[in-house]
Design a protein around this ligand. Sequence first.
Ligand code: VG1
Ligand code: CO
Length: 545
Amino acid sequence: MTTISTKPIAGQKPGTSGLRKKTPVFMAPHYLENFVQSIFDVVGTRTQDGRGKTFVLGGDGRYFNDTAAQVILRMAAANGAHRVIIGQGALLSTPAASHLIRLNKTDGGIIMSASHNPGGPNEDFGVKFNMSNGGPAPEGVTEAMYKRTTEITAYHILETADIDLSKIGRTAVGEMIVDVVDPVSDYAALMESLFDFPAISAMFKGGFRMRMDSMCAITGPYAVEILEKRLGAAAGTCVNATPLPDFGGMHPDPNPTWAKALMDEMFGPNAPDFGAASDGDGDRNMVVGAGAYVSPSDSLAVLAANAHLAPGYKAGLKGVARSMPTSAAADRVAASLGIASYETPTGWKFFGNLLDAGRATICGEESFGTGSDHVREKDGLWAILLWLNILAVRKQSVAAILAEHWAKFGRNYYSRHDFEAIASDKADAMMAELRGALATLPGTTLEGLTVQAADDFAYTDPVDGSISKAQGVRILFEDGSRIVLRLSGTGTEGATLRLYLERYAAGPDGLDLDPQMALAPVIRAAHTLAQIESFTGRVAPDVIT
Ligand code: VG1
Ligand code: CO
């Protein structure tokens, strides 16, 4: 074992979901090591009675995943950990890692991923720590890790040859046990315990056709095993199913822009009944019916309204939680079910306490993330399987299910506009000016919309009382329309402005408009109020979801 002296490296501050940087930054001397040592220093590698802890380790297979895994294993051993459970080939989807942490009652886990960000030698890499409940470390813990990176003077590492991670079974690094496990089997068993696999199989047998696009990222092996092998979907249902270090050059973000091939197929002639895609680390999902795109906010609402049709949720839901920028569609479902709804800041770490306390069963974000209390991460394949279960029981098309949902609850027209790679100082100046003007906005009328309230979202966790401030600017209009603006916390270059737009239509008329048309006045009001063009020079977004 050696102790290497090091110096703090600036900028190792975790964002919405872990520390993400350009891969060459992570590969620079001491960069990964400093951050990993800071994790271990904060969470500890020994229990109070001095026994070594057990951790889970895995990643989405992007470039540097394998090398980083070797470093983390050797550092875990040198720091006194007892055991690491690692996916074969150092692979684990984020939800599968969360499950393994919980299943094996470990002390937490390290996930190597930059999620939906592209991967490769010049793209992005990331590391995050999940707690023993399987969920992302809360803000207090990530802050402590960051603080540690600013003080670090040394890290511990074992000098040893690379560990063979290609074979399932037990091996060792120094005195630390390394259990190499099949990344898929425990997760697939969990899915089988939640959903009606016989009903879904029967639907596939009856000719139901699906396209699952894993975008050359981590869900490929999971999707092939579950959809094709266990549920009997036709061979070839899963495409882009081999995880590649650079995701085949794809941008593994399942939205209509980046999963364009899937969208074209689903809106083309001879479209399958159901399409789905997932992101780099497998926690996001996009679902789409033949000619029917499901916005993530609507997906959350439909899943909440129909979850009882799946065996794992037949007792009903305890509550529904959504991130603040996510549309209020799920709130309407919760109200009609007579269950609680919660509005949290962006990022899955804010759902953990609600799930642990049994206050919420299903959670979701507008960014293609939905999940439940089965793990403590959002879970792409889980959402896709719950949709399949609902389709198998209701025997209706996705379009028909959406139409019925809107007829019953009204429709929350919703869209997110992303303005990417803006100079950080310009984005900051724009947000500062907007924040400064919030108090003057109520009563202002523009585009026929009158501002009712405007604030900077702050959240008090109902379980532990922790407070998170400055989580996004909200401008609420009298007719229920809403504008939200915040800067992304997952990017690695410049700033990304996220503009979230919402307008409610009660129906029965006007439920099938193009969302961009329905939202046009709200969009114009947002540009005026935030002075997007004068601050950033941008008139149109780069990505619309
Ligand atoms: C984005 C999404 C957020 C999500 C986060 C992590 O964060 O908006 O909803 O939880 O990514 O998802 P931001 O700060 O860039 O808006 V993932 O799949 O990248 O782990
Ligand atoms: Co992700």
